[in-house]
Design a binder for this molecule. Structure first.
Ligand code: IPE
Ligand code: IPE
Ligand code: MG
Length: 248
């Protein structure tokens, strides 16, 4: 029997997949457990998606792990998430290196506890020469935070006279984003049935294909990822042109 994976057209693989990993809390609640239990199992789904993307040859995987707004959750939950992050950085470093995956992180990282910040920086440094895939964790991240920061930096340059207002173009803005140097996501996946962006990669997803699934994040398997990719490959990305122009 042909597997889902075999249906993927390798020549048309998305170069960059971004995921809003949502539904950990509801997954746990349905099992009569604490929300934190869902986050713990979410780590396994991160591992399998990461592995699936690397195996296929996806170059960039960008995961929304903790938003600027998530700081407003109970300190119990925030602490648990931070502990999970520290543990995962410790336990997964070897796997990242064995799989030739480079770790990257974007967001207002200065808000992370010192221990997490330091282990994150050392994991990033430790994997910097890996070139099979870049795994970007969005931590204490939001699109508006990123755009505000970029605007401030550009305004300062204009004020210094290094940049003229008419030189502010899309390329310059791109360069000031946390994702500078990365291609925009081709495919954005959100799990858990919610159909919203929740302040994610606002600038970068201008032309991303959106894919929503009812599955809660801890249940999101390699097969689910293949399904999302196949769905993506059945779409026509027109970028404002007509279908006839694209087919030519
Ligand atoms: C996503 O799952 C993980 C984070 C936002 C950190 P949630 O914790 O949002 O789970 P739900 O959406 O409440 O089910
Ligand atoms: C988005 O999920 C953030 C992450 C997945 C890290 P949320 O669960 O925080 O989003 P909203 O608040 O329900 O939109
Ligand atoms: Mg949620």
């Amino acid at each position: 029997m042909e597997s889902l994976k075999d249906k993927i057209i390798m020549e048309r693989l998305p170069q960059h997949i971004a995921i809003i990993m949502d539904g950990n809390g509801r997954w746990a609640k349905e099992k009569g457990k604490l929300r934190v239990f869902g986050h713990q199992h979410g780590v396994d789904a991160v591992r399998s998606s990461c592995e699936a993307c690397a195996e296929l040859g996806v170059k960039y995987l960008t995961l929304y792990a903790f938003s600027t707004e998530n700081w407003n959750r109970s300190s119990f939950e925030v602490d648990a998430l931070m502990t999970l992050l520290a543990n995962a950085l410790k336990s997964e470093l070897k796997t990242l290196n064995n799989n030739n995956i480079r770790l990257n992180a974007i967001g207002d990282l200065s808000r992370l506890p010192k221990t997490q910040y330091n282990s994150l920086m050392s994991a990033i440094d430790n994997t910097k020469n890996n070139d099979r895939m870049t795994l970007t964790l969005c931590l204490s991240y939001s699109g508006r935070w990123e755009l505000t920061k970029a605007m401030r930096e550009i305004a300062a340059k204009v004020q210094e006279g290094v940049v003229k207002p008419e030189q502010v173009d899309e390329a310059l803005i791109d360069k000031h984003l946390a994702t500078a140097g990365m291609p925009d996501p081709d495919l954005l996946i959100r799990t858990s049935g919610e159909e919203r962006i929740s302040n994610y990669l606002l600038w970068q997803i201008a032309y991303s294909e959106l894919y929503f699934t009812e599955k809660y994040w801890p249940d999101f398997s390699k097969e689910d990822l293949y399904e999302a990719i196949i769905d993506y490959q059945n779409r026509e990305r027109r970028f404002g042109k007509t279908s006839e122009q694209i087919k030519k």
